[in-house]
Design a protein around this ligand. Structure first.
Ligand code: NAD
Length: 374
């Protein structure tokens, strides 16, 4: 199987389009999920785990976040070979006190561990109105919004802060070298009768590392103002993130995004997991995520009429003249829902590098995928 590269980001970006070229090919979601399930099974996952991880990755593609979709397999497979990602682990409760719940993941697939940990927090929040979840020792958990949706589907509010522990990717405000992860935040509010669930979910960097990988796969430049090269100079070349020494992403919104990113590492790293993004934890080629999440029943937040007030607020904000080029004011989560509808109908547009990567992993594992990806 794939040789273990030292740098997990470089592993994810190491495939070039080869025979698939740079054109985009639409693949139906169910066929893509089946292909990913087969790869995961061949890499040692039990059927249930293969299904959860495959569904999570394909759902990220469906919602337009290709940075956290099936392309992540290029990073996960070498991590399995190196013993850094351990298949078939489950969330284990390691501490409980009042609303606080500490869960460890045994370096298992984050898509399984974080999902199970979120289920435990949901049970507690349903019982007591509130759960404060500390999740540690989980491999990459993928699209954080997925756990927000799990809570909003259960009628609960979630606020999640995640740190990313791997080689650092983001420069602090006023800095030129990477020190922080892309440390994502998610705030999820359940749907009311008039308003779909609000799912705010983004990296605290100006752009996610995976989006550089996707741009590189498509041979595209990044927008200005997102990246520094290894000398601290502004650049639009996504390749700087996969070189040694690497460039750096800038934080989202200057000092504000830097502050949010720092707080993710303080809450999820220093306070919740004993795994802040410091060199002691960063240098092993793995990508770990720790999560600090507050999950609560909105009906206990102080306003029994919260849903009606939320609907009024959203209606007022939507009723705004739109800027040139925009057709509507969208709420967080709405672009993803729209993209999901389109991609379910038209297929998921996979770039040549991602197709070549799936094909190559399939051949290494002895799994024939050509028919599914055609
Ligand atoms: P992004 O920049 O695309 O922002 C997404 C958020 O902005 C969503 O809440 C979306 O609904 C909202 N949004 C987008 N366009 C909008 C519009 N026109 N109007 C209103 N709201 C709009 O996201 P990102 O920073 O690139 O992150 C992508 C994904 O990567 C996320 O799912 C995140 O969880 C994931 N991520 C994971 C990790 C990890 O280590 N597990 C690290 C970084 C990012």
């Amino acid at each position: 199987m794939t040789e273990t590269p030292k740098d997990p980001f470089a592993a994810a970006a190491s495939f070039n389009a080869g025979v698939y070229g740079t054109s985009i090919r639409p693949v139906q979601a169910d066929r893509l999920a089946e292909a990913v399930r087969r790869l995961l099974r061949a890499a040692g996952s039990e059927e249930g785990e293969a299904r959860v991880v495959a569904d999570h990755l394909v759902e990220a593609n469906l919602r337009g976040h290709d940075s956290h979709g099936v392309g992540m397999l290029a990073m996960y497979m070498p991590a399995i070979v190196a013993g850094l990602l351990r298949p078939n682990q489950h969330a284990t409760v390691i501490g409980e006190s009042g609303p606080f719940l500490s869960v460890s993941g045994g370096s298992g697939y984050g898509q399984v561990i974080a999902r199970e940990a979120t289920d435990l927090a949901i049970q507690r929040a349903r019982r007591d109105g509130l759960a404060v979840l500390s999740l540690r020792d989980s491999h990459h958990i993928g699209r954080v919004g997925s756990y927000g949706e799990q809570c909003s589907d259960a009628g609960l509010v979630a606020m999640a802060f995640v740190n990313v522990v791997t080689r650092p990717a983001v420069a602090p405000h006023d800095g030129t070298r990477p020190r922080l992860g892309t440390n994502p935040i998610c705030i999820a509010i359940p749907a009311t009768q008039a308003t779909p669930a609000l799912i705010l979910d983004f990296a605290t960097s100006a752009v996610a590392v995976g989006k550089c990988r996707v741009a590189m796969g498509k041979g595209q430049e990044m927008a200005p103002g997102l990246l520094l090269d290894s000398h601290g100079e502004a650049t639009r070349d996504p390749g700087v993130m996969f070189q040694d020494p690497s460039g750096a992403l800038l934080p989202l919104g200057g000092h504000k995004g830097f502050g949010l990113s720092l707080m993710c590492d303080v809450l999820a790293g220093a306070l919740a997991s004993a795994m802040p993004g410091t060199p002691a934890h960063q240098d092993s080629g793995r990508v770990m995520n720790n999560m600090f999440a507050i999950v609560f029943d909105p009906a206990r937040g102080g306003n029994a009429q919260w849903a009606a007030d939320l609907d009024d607020l959203v209606a007022y904000i939507r009723d705004t003249p739109t800027a040139p080029g925009a057709d509507a004011i969208q709420m967080p989560g709405e672009p993803e829902s729209r993209t999901r509808g389109q991609r379910l109908a038209d297929g998921i547009p996979l770039d040549g590098a991602t197709l070549a990567m799936l094909d190559s992993l399939g051949r290494e594992c002895g799994v024939e995928l050509a028919e599914l990806l055609a």
